[in-house]
Design a protein around this ligand. Sequence first.
Ligand code: PEP
Ligand code: MG
Length: 592
Amino acid sequence: MSEHPRSGEKILRGIAVSGGVCRGKIVVLGKVRDTIPRREVSEADVPQEIQRFEHALLQTRRQVLEVKRKVNEAMGAKDASIFDAHLLVLEDPTLIDEVTRLIQEQRVNAEHAFRHVAEKYAATLSSMDDEYLRERAADLRDVTARVLDILLGRTDETALHKLKESCIIISEDLSPSTTALLDKKMVLGFATDVGSKTSHTAIMARSLEIPAVVGLHDASKQLTTGQYVLLDGFNGLLVINPTDQTLFEYGQLVRKRVNLQEKLHDLRDEPAITLDGARITLSANIEQAADAEHVRACGAEGVGLFRTEYLYLNRETLPTEEEQYQAYRQVAAALKPNPVVIRTLDLGGDKFISHLWMPQELNPFLGWRAIRFCLQERALFRAQLRAILRAAVEGNIKMMYPMISGLDELNQANALVEECRRELRTERIPFGEALETGAMIEIPSAVLTADSLAKRVKFLSIGTNDLIQYSLAVDRLNEKIAHLYEPTHPAIVRLIKATVEAARRNGIWVGVCGEMAGDPALVPLLLGLDVDELSAAFSVVPQVKFLIRRLKLSEARQLADFALNCESGSEILARSQALARRIAPGLFENQD
Ligand code: PEP
Ligand code: MG
């Protein structure tokens, strides 16, 4: 694949987060930018510019009325009335007159004039002593963003649900909850300015099997809706105006990938066993109950991580115990007798629910997240625990807690589970008496206290996505420091090993369910470090199995010995990659 642009095409490079290639027209989603272009307009074009402005006000009005109607339906008239302030801005004669005058007198484009005037008003409001007036500044900025999006031809996120033809989405960012709602029939792929491989947006893209590239810096500013692009989710490239030759080469690449998929598919019912006979448990990560159908299809033996947050997102009310019970039961029954490890709620970080008050935090990944949140929001947590306990009657369910930092949290969570068991017993509601619980190891303090944890659980599951971010102090979402996010950092290798040793000492099993487990180049290292289970996105499970079946555990152990004594993360990575590429070259063809 040519890495260099051919005449007429332009290549933007980002981070590959979800494999696949797609091509089509783009839709650029809007967000107010700091820089709005200033354009001179000729005298003859002034009336047209004013008309554009008036048209944008009208369209915005329609949009706001629609949002108001929906909020009214879902949350009632009181909440909907906040949009009245937005509507008033759109009709404010002083503001409209001033913008019109600016366009006429300075002969500038409408977006520049509007932005200038609206920002002046917003700044004045923000500086008022009166709290009510200060809040109006936020309303004004909100409406300004909508008007500017329309003037600049950017699409609102809500428009994602009204796409009329298939397209590739370009956006500054996409939240995990918005990504979860993407309609695969309409959204061929997406690319964002920010983000990284282990953001939940990226994880969701892999789960939906939508090609995605993130970390493209300012792609959403450079591109405009309607441009034709090719998106290469294997190598993290966005090719604008691809030439026929580029399209041809990518056609060949896609054919090769299809052939590879077919070959991998043949291994579906084969065990994940190394050449020298070591049997590994290979599980899949799922984000929603409907994903259960992919688990068998990809050749996994069960679910090693069911991220339950998505049951709570994109809705107006919390899911009831009954609703959760039905979802967990459905997965357990579909995969019986294989295990399904349900992870209790991990909200916060980059996943929020709008209808439950969660304060804006300066450091949400260090804040009110996961088990910390659940241990304070006990009613909500209990509903989930009861649902999991009840669903365990239907199949082989296990449960694990995210973000355990030490024994206190584990004890509190276990005590709450015990209370729920007692309650269910008293209520004569059947539940899985033998349900096993485990702890995720995602924080260095959990590694250092792993012996204490291991004595009180039946398994440990290493969440490398967070373990890496918390150990190396590298925000897993920040593309600017993505190069510092190093799964093969010597410290990470040692932390994994220490966790495995603690599990061994206490006679329990240990898995890895972070994205490392789904990276074929790192699988030999993890197996060499002696983990019992790998749980990966179901889209990559076939590749991981292929690789395991071509690996000798003895070689993996040599690699791990090297890594445990090595001082350089890049050397460890190079060795792991060399081994993986040697035994399974087909998996790495046409990749950087
Ligand atoms: C992890 O941190 O590795 C993990 C599996 O949890 P999540 O990615 O959902 O934070
Ligand atoms: Mg995590």
